[in-house]
Every structure is written in structure tokens, then in C-alpha cells.
Design a protein around this ligand. Structure first.
Ligand SMILES: *[C@@H]1O[C@H](CO)[C@@H](O)[C@H](O)[C@H]1NC(C)=O
Length: 337
């Protein structure tokens, strides 16, 4: 009996070890139609690692080991946006997003992957024996409509990776000569509208995620990691405009906003006061204005009686304007007429 138990325990241990060592597949489905993890083999990339047994803050080193990049391909239920590692790649925006990916060894196991997912560290640096370096991706992408806009085929090809982790930053071209380097092909499909409550826009789901040969694809977009930042391609007018706008927003955000509001309030009060003065004075000067207006109209007749006008003008003096020291002005106005 004891022997049998010992045998059972031993075989269980072997089975568990086998499962643990099972390398993760190229495509792991987390949620059918919405969430996938792609393990994209990185041809020609050195494997970066940190020998943490030698203490903290040791430099990153590289060795030649087959490795792969992890891509989190997801499509939220409520929005038609396809994301790779949190970066929206469809629909295409003017500013192509920067995408980072974690590097792992090719035989990265299912268990390790499950752990990364559980701890939400898929796109964060993590130091395990199987890797954890973060790379910035330079990529091509293109999007093709199919079946009359009811389906989209999205190609995503990483052609270069960059890492600033080693002392000397590293840039590696992904080897495409022998057709070994694969790209990601994603097909998304418009879901049939099942209920009236569902908005039409949101009805998309991922049908397939696969790795295919990148040969023959003419890519529509290109994003070079070092030439782009969050405002777009450095040196282009779009970049200049959006970085200026963002700097302006930041400036407003940095407490100057309060001052700005204060100044605006002051200007507002000033304007209200001005308006009040203008309209207020308009009311005061109404009678005089009317008199002037009437005079002008009468003058426009060819057989104008100057004496009449004078009489009117005098009546203004009689109103007491002269007495208040405004006489000069009034006379002036009369003359200019
Ligand atoms: C993958 O990305 C989506 C959104 O971009 C996120 O909600 C999800 O948690 C990510 N999955 C993993 C396993 O990190």
C-alpha cells in the first residue's frame, strides 16, 4: 500500500513537472473572441537577462537563446478598438501608438504565462529566470476590409526592436530574409446584432489570431520606435501641433489655470461694467441724442432752415448743458454739423 502511494506520488510529480515544462503555445486564447496572448518568436534577437542572484542593480546582459515577445491582443466588448499591449492599432489613428513588449525564452511555460497573467505583469518588467526585458517595437501594419466592411483583416509585423536596458541601447532587426520571422494576422468580424439594446458600433469580435509569413504584404503604416513619441512622428507638423497643444494643456494644469481663471473673471467683470456704463449713459443721454438725431434728419432736406437748427441747438444749451461746462463741446458738435 505504502509502495503504491509512493509510486502514485512519484508519477504525479512527474506529470506536474511535464505540465510545468510545457512551453506556452504561440497563441493562447484567454477569452474566445476578445482576448489572446501571442508569443511571437523574435528571430535574430539576443536574449536579455539580469543575473539577479548577483544582487540588485546588476547590468542587463545578453545571450543567444531562442526567445519571443508577448503580445496581448484584445478587443473590448463595448468599443470597436483592437489593442495590442494596450495600444490601439485599429482603427488607425494619425498618431501611431508606441508599443512595448516583454521578452521571454521560447520555452516559456504555460505555468509561467499563467502566473504573468494572474499578476497582470504581461507588459510590465518582471525578473524571472525566463526573461522579462522590455522592448520597444518598430512595426508595420495594414488593414484590409473584407466581406463589404463586415470583416477586417489586420496584419501586424514587428520589424525591429529596441531596448534601453543594457548599458548600450540595443536595436535589432528582426530577420526576414529566410521568411522565418512571422507576423500576426488578426481577423475581426462584425457580430450580428442580437438585441435591440446592443449598439451597432460595439458588435465586433476576433475570429482568428495566427502567425503567418510576412512575405508579399505591402504595409500601409510604419512606425519606427525611436522616431515616434506619443505625439506622432518627430519632426512632422502633426507632431509639432500636438506637442504644443499638450504643453499648453500641461501649463494650464500646472496651477497657472487658477491664475488664468482669475484673470478671466477680472476681464469679465470689466466687460460687464463697460456694458453697464455704455447702456447706462445711453439712457441718460437719450434726450440729447434724440435731439441731435432729429436735427440731422432735418438738415438732410435740401431746403433746410438753418435758423430752425440753431433754435434746436440753443434748446440744448437751455437744457443746461452749457452751464455744466460742456458748452464748448456742444458748440463744437454744432459746428461740425
Ligand atoms: C490585455 O489588454 C487589455 C486591454 O488593453 C486588458 O484589459 C487586459 O487585462 C490585458 N490582459 C492581460 C493578461 O494583461
Amino acid at each position: 500500500m505504502i509502495l503504491r502511494i509512493a509510486y502514485l506520488v512519484a508519477s504525479l510529480a512527474i506529470i506536474i513537472r511535464c505540465i510545468r515544462a510545457d512551453p506556452a503555445p504561440d497563441i493562447t486564447t484567454l477569452e474566445e473572441g476578445y482576448a489572446y496572448i501571442v508569443k511571437l518568436a523574435c528571430r535574430g534577437c539576443p536574449f536579455l537577462y539580469q543575473d539577479s542572484s548577483a544582487g540588485k542593480d546588476v547590468p542587463w546582459e545578453s545571450r543567444n537563446d531562442e526567445n519571443a515577445l508577448l503580445l496581448n491582443v484584445s478587443l473590448p466588448y463595448d468599443r470597436p478598438i483592437l489593442e495590442i499591449n494596450h495600444a490601439p492599432i485599429w482603427p488607425v489613428s494619425k498618431v501611431l501608438p508606441r508599443i512595448h513588449a516583454t521578452q521571454v525564452l521560447s520555452d516559456f511555460s504555460v505555468t509561467d504565462l499563467a502566473k504573468l497573467i494572474e499578476y497582470g505583469q504581461l507588459e510590465a518588467g518582471h525578473e524571472t529566470s525566463s526573461g522579462g526585458a522590455i522592448f520597444g517595437l518598430s512595426y508595420h501594419s495594414s488593414i484590409h476590409h473584407a466581406a463589404g466592411h463586415e470583416a477586417m483583416v489586420i496584419y501586424f509585423d514587428v520589424f525591429e526592436v529596441w531596448s534601453g536596458l543594457p548599458d548600450r541601447p540595443l536595436t535589432v532587426q528582426l530577420d526576414g530574409k529566410d521568411g522565418e520571422q512571422k507576423m500576426v494576422k488578426i481577423v475581426v468580424l462584425k457580430r450580428p446584432v442580437l438585441s435591440a439594446l446592443e449598439s451597432r458600433e460595439s458588435g465586433w469580435e476576433i475570429v482568428t489570431v495566427e502567425l503567418v509569413s510576412r512575405e508579399g504584404e505591402k504595409f500601409q503604416q510604419e512606425m519606427k520606435f525611436l522616431e515616434w513619441d506619443s505625439f506622432g512622428q518627430i519632426g512632422t507638423p502633426t507632431h509639432a501641433a500636438s506637442s504644443f497643444f499638450s504643453a499648453f494643456l500641461e501649463w494650464l494644469d500646472s496651477g497657472v489655470m487658477a491664475l488664468f481663471v482669475f484673470i478671466f473673471a477680472l476681464v469679465g467683470i470689466f466687460v460687464v461694467l463697460c456694458l453697464f456704463c455704455i447702456f447706462g449713459c445711453d439712457l441718460c443721454g437719450d434726450e440729447y441724442e434724440k435731439a441731435q438725431h432729429g436735427k440731422k434728419r432735418k438738415k438732410s432736406w435740401p431746403n433746410n432752415d438753418l435758423e430752425h437748427g440753431k433754435g434746436k441747438f440753443r434748446s440744448a444749451e437751455e437744457l443746461g448743458l452749457l452751464g455744466r461746462g460742456l458748452g464748448g463741446q456742444v458748440v463744437g458738435v454744432g459746428k461740425s454739423d
